[in-house]
Ligand binder design. Structure first.
Ligand SMILES: [Fe+2]
Length: 248
């Protein structure tokens, strides 16, 4: 276990080891299929930081990532770790981990009959979808700060508002680059259907505005009707700072 994980208290019961040798050839083949289905679209429509992060942390198309290997590359860049957990975490454990630069990462992988969607996150959503962005220094700082702010909040309404900031950045964030809307949120990166909907002009793309985001309701079960585009990742870092001041 990495040394920072030893400092976790609330999240400690959820920490597990990834048994990488236990993945069957069929599981690696499912991973390969998932990655090969996503990459052609992402090479065109993902933000550059995601594509760079994918290379920097050494993700591969043919095998399920070994988290220890990923962390050997990711840790020296930004201090983040993809830390294996047993499943969904309660909010206080989740925020404790983010504040410690530990990203809770599931280790199971969906089966071949549910390639497009799983109700609970799996290693494809968590590692392919999320972790490449953690190699980007500004995004890395933003995510840790977000965790710190939420870990201190006790008010349910304020936490719900912060949940919307997470949703419209980490999960469904888009960024304008070279005159185009590019994807960086993991819910988009890991889903062909959600990404295609955005690329085809489905959602209304608004300029990122913290007050609007904190008030913007969303449905997990439907395609997103509204997304918020930033012009740089500095904007979401500043948003986390401003949200801290507003909700303190
Ligand atoms: Fe996610």
């Amino acid at each position: 276990m990495n040394p920072q994980a030893a400092l976790l208290t609330v999240a400690e019961p959820y920490l597990i080891q990834q048994d990488w040798a236990a993945y069957t050839p069929e599981k690696h083949a499912v991973w390969a299929e998932l990655v090969s289905r996503r990459m052609p679209q992402l090479r065109q429509h993902a933000c550059q930081e995601y594509l760079d992060g994918f290379e920097q942390i050494g993700l591969r198309e043919d095998t399920i990532p070994n988290l220890a290997e990923v962390n050997k590359r990711l840790g020296p860049r930004t201090g983040w770790n993809a830390t294996p957990v047993s499943g969904f975490l309660p909010p206080d454990a989740f925020f404790e981990m983010l504040a410690a630069r530990q990203f809770p990462t599931t280790t199971w992988l969906r089966s071949r009959d549910s390639l497009e969607y799983t109700p609970e996150p799996d290693i494809f959503h968590d590692v392919f979808g999320h972790v490449p962005m953690h190699a980007h220094p500004v995004f890395a700082d933003f995510l840790q700060h977000y965790g710190k702010v939420c870990a201190r909040l006790k008010d349910k309404d304020k936490l719900e508002r912060m949940g919307r900031l997470f949703w419209f950045t980490v999960e469904f964030g888009v960024i304008r680059q070279n005159g185009q809307v590019k994807l960086y949120g993991s819910g988009l990166i890991s889903s062909h259907g959600e990404s295609s909907y955005v690329i085809q002009g489905g959602p209304e793309i608004r300029d990122f505005n913290l007050d609007q985001v904190l008030d913007q309701q969303f449905l997990v079960s439907e395609m997103q009707k509204v997304l918020y585009a930033v012009d740089s990742f500095d904007q979401i870092y500043e948003a986390a700072q401003q949200a801290e001041e507003r909700l303190a």
